[in-house]
Ligand binder design. Structure first.
Ligand code: MRU
Length: 350
């Protein structure tokens, strides 16, 4: 496997993922063979983080193509079947654009080559899935290098959710520069929001940073203002799930609150993400569909017993949109975009 979180089984009949929902207590690998298993793994965040979902989706469509190529081959039927699988998987999580982006890349290979034999089509799909994975490794490496320019020894960084190697391929986006800084001998103090309700910050970010030997302190989401007021935060580094062309950014629920606090305390707020997370068809955050999740995640998940009346109404959006006016810069693999983002993003990604 190119990275430890996602890859192909040797016989190419299953996608292998590291089950992130069981971390940090259990390191468990799962094999996904059917579309239903793949959908469930994405929907329940066994594989999560926008880039990792995209990489996984590429492998999923390839594996499903290998399975559906087992009967007699008919190009139109083959393409239609893959299209149906792609639509099905894309519905597992609507906000992170990387999912539909990767599925569309895979489908395009089949659409553009109606005259190829089945073995050649499968080869193309395999290469494309691998390419999506390799590109992510390279993009995260470049993002980490650019992000490093914003850091210096002794800085305090606040991060939200998890945008490390688990959420991507090998380096991470928001955590990439921090890991690189550590490799270069820089000492940072990182504050990780626990990230209610699914605790990606507590379970995954602290785990990844501790493993790297970085000084990390876990805080509840509602403690960020206090930590900022104490003067402990010099910059905020967060990932992204979909960036509109005006810079509005969807990321894990709670991100926009952190950005508002950062503005109040005059702390730079950086969004880090690869071009696969930029939605060129989306003009502003207004157009971004926000995933709504099961109330059970708020009422009882992770508690020994329900911590709210079992029938209490809950609102459980998985993401929010941070207004571009609150973002100091968006760090991509091609460079650092500064406001006005409608110009800087368009120039970098023409
Ligand atoms: O619901 P999740 O855990 O998939 O949400 C993840 C995030 O919001 C991350 O910050 C984002 O995907 C960037 S990961 C490099």
């Amino acid at each position: 496997m190119l990275s430890k979180n996602v890859g192909l089984r040797e016989d190419h009949l299953a996608v292998i993922i590291l089950d992130q929902s069981a971390l940090p207590n259990t390191t468990n690998y799962l094999e996904l063979e059917t579309a239903e298993q793949m959908y469930e793994a994405i929907q329940t965040l066994k594989i999560r983080g926008a880039p990792a979902i995209g990489i996984c989706a590429g492998y999923c469509l390839y594996v499903l193509a290998v399975h559906s190529a087992r009967g007699s081959f008919n190009y139109i039927r083959f393409y239609k079947e893959l299209q149906q699988y792609a639509d099905y998987l894309a519905a597992a999580r609507p906000t992170a654009v990387n999912l539909s982006w990767a599925l569309n890349r895979m489908l395009r290979q089949v659409k553009q080559n109606p005259d190829l034999s089945l073995p050649n089509l499968l080869h193309l799909l395999y290469d494309e899935a691998l390419q999506i994975h390799k590109e992510d490794i390279a993009m995260c490496q470049a993002i980490s290098q650019y992000g490093l320019q914003l850091l210096h020894d002794g800085m305090g960084i606040l991060t939200h959710c998890n945008a490390g190697p688990l959420a991507t391929s090998r380096y991470g986006t928001a955590l990439g520069p921090l890991l690189l800084a550590k490799e270069r001998g820089m000492e940072l103090r990182v504050f990780a929001d626990e990230t209610r309700p699914l605790l990606q910050g507590a379970r995954l970010t602290t785990y990844e940073l501790q493993q790297a030997g970085i000084d990390v302190t876990l805080i509840c989401d509602n403690m960020a203002a206090q930590v900022m007021k104490n003067g402990w935060v010099d910059a905020c580094f967060v990932g992204c799930d979909r960036v509109a062309m005006n810079g509005d950014t969807a990321n894990k629920i709670g991100t926009s609150g952190i950005a508002i606090l950062a503005k109040y305390y005059n702390i730079p707020f950086y969004v880090l993400g690869p071009s696969s997370t930029i939605d060129y068809a989306c003009n502003s955050g207004e157009e971004i569909v926000i995933e709504l999740r099961d109330p059970q995640e708020i009422r009882e998940k992770f508690y020994k017993q329900p911590m709210a009346p079992t029938d209490v109404k809950c609102y459980n959006p998985a993401f929010d949109v941070t207004n571009h006016e609150l973002i100091t810069a968006i760090i991509t693999e091609k460079g650092i975009c500064r406001p006005p983002f409608c110009q800087s993003l368009a120039t970098l990604f023409e």
